[in-house]
Design a protein around this ligand. Structure first.
Ligand code: NAD
Ligand code: ZN
Length: 353
């Protein structure tokens, strides 16, 4: 394993900071953890307090909140303290929530360690806890001071998680005219020992995160443009929910990848060849579990309950081409029931490369 690349560019802290509380997941690469610990120590004269937690979705369970608040209390964190998380999106959501209510709001920054957290969760500006068996029922808007991206962390991330987060990378490239196909083409195969590959991955994850940041900054409280970030998610959420009840649930990014492939299919009706490289990119980068995909009849009732709907209509983000989306577009039941089987047939005719 090579040393981290981005650490030299570490950020400056607020002048009134009285303590830096670093929460990192267990199971991360030891050399990255040690290099970051040293860099953090050097970056500030205030006390550095370290808390190691096991990450993942269980962090967002309400039962977990007291242990975080207890740690804040034990380390005497104040409103002038800063919490830095180093972990996946569940950690930035959970610790971000705890920080946002501590002393009526303590500042937070993130060093995300999964592909999904790097390009999506860390810059979300939203925090969340699950409640009553449902995801993200409780939360706050709490923007981070900064997000620091370094591909060195990905070396310990399981491959399936690493790949699934790339669906959100494709989504940002599809939405943002600055990124487009250039962002995805010549994407290097992952190799944690190759410095050039690490540098390219870091740069591309940063560019993708920036695309999300631009949209979030324009619409921090989700009243308009931010809804376009749901591209591929009306179908994606339904697929995720469909498989969540089985013994082989899909990861969020895998379900979104299929939702994006459907969006590409819809856009391809007018120009069939234009988006083939994008479709192949998704097929190659985000392989899907080999199980039978749900039918339109199975998906539609789930889609009817999507939180983005209003007046009982199913609303989706319609992708017309690079950087060109329409929101909201009403998806009619009969149209979906005709289009979904055609999409499935087209996928069978052009299977994974
Ligand atoms: N706030 C937002 O705007 C926003 C946006 C998107 C997603 N999210 C949330 O983010 C979460 C998903 O994020 P995720 O995909 O990172 O999942 P995750 O945080 O659950 O991480 C996936 C798994 O990988 C582990 N892990 C993370 N980084 C690792 C590393 N470098 N090495 C080894 N193991 C590592 C975690 O412990 C966990 O077991 C969901 O809870 C979702 O709701 C929030
Ligand atoms: Zn998503």
């Amino acid at each position: 394993m090579n040393p981290p690349l981005q650490i030299a560019a570490f950020h400056s802290w607020p002048g009134d900071m009285d303590a830096l509380f670093w929460v990192h997941e267990e199971g991360l690469d030891d050399r990255c953890v040690e290099a970051y610990r040293e860099a953090l120590q050097e970056s500030t004269s205030v006390p550095l307090k370290i808390f190691v937690a096991s990450g993942g979705e269980q962090m967002k369970s309400w039962d977990h909140l007291p242990s975080l608040l207890q740690a804040f209390s034990h380390h005497r964190l104040s409103r002038h303290s800063v919490v830095l998380t180093t972990g996946g999106g569940a950690m930035s959501d959970a610790v971000g929530f705890a920080a946002s209510i501590w002393k009526r709001g303590m500042r937070v920054a993130h060093v995300p360690t999964s592909t999904l957290a790097m390009v999506d969760a860390a810059w979300g500006g939203k925090t969340a806890f699950n409640h009553d068996g449902k995801k993200n029922q409780l939360g706050t808007f709490h923007a981070p001071l900064f997000v620091h991206i370094d591909a060195c962390w990905l070396s310990t991330l399981p491959e399936r998680h690493r790949r699934s987060g790339l669906a959100e990378v494709a989504k940002h490239a599809m939405l943002d005219p600055i990124l487009g196909w250039n962002h995805l083409k010549n994407w290097p195969d992952w190799s944690p020992t190759d410095q050039d590959v690490l540098r390219t991955w870091t740069d591309r994850m940063k560019d993708s995160a920036e695309a999300k940041r631009r949209i979030v900054e324009e619409d921090p409280f989700e009243t308009g443009r931010r809804a376009t970030l749901n591209l591929g998610h009306t179908i994606g959420h339904a697929i995720e929910a469909h498989f969540s009840a089985t013994n082989a649930p899909w990861l969020h990014g895998e379900a979104v990848a299929l939702g994006l492939r459907f969006a590409i299919f819809m856009a391809s009706e007018s120009s069939p060849d234009d988006f083939q490289p994008l479709k192949h990119w998704l097929q190659r980068q985000v392989p899907l579990p080999s199980v039978k995909w749900p039918t339109a009849n199975e998906l539609w009732p789930i889609m009817k309950h999507d939180k983005k709907n209003s007046l009982g209509e199913v609303r989706e983000v319609h992708w017309k081409g690079w950087g060109d989306v329409v929101w909201p577009e009403i998806l009619e039941k009969e149209a979906f029931k005709a289009t979904w089987p055609a999409f499935l047939r087209s996928e069978m005719e052009s299977p994974h490369l």
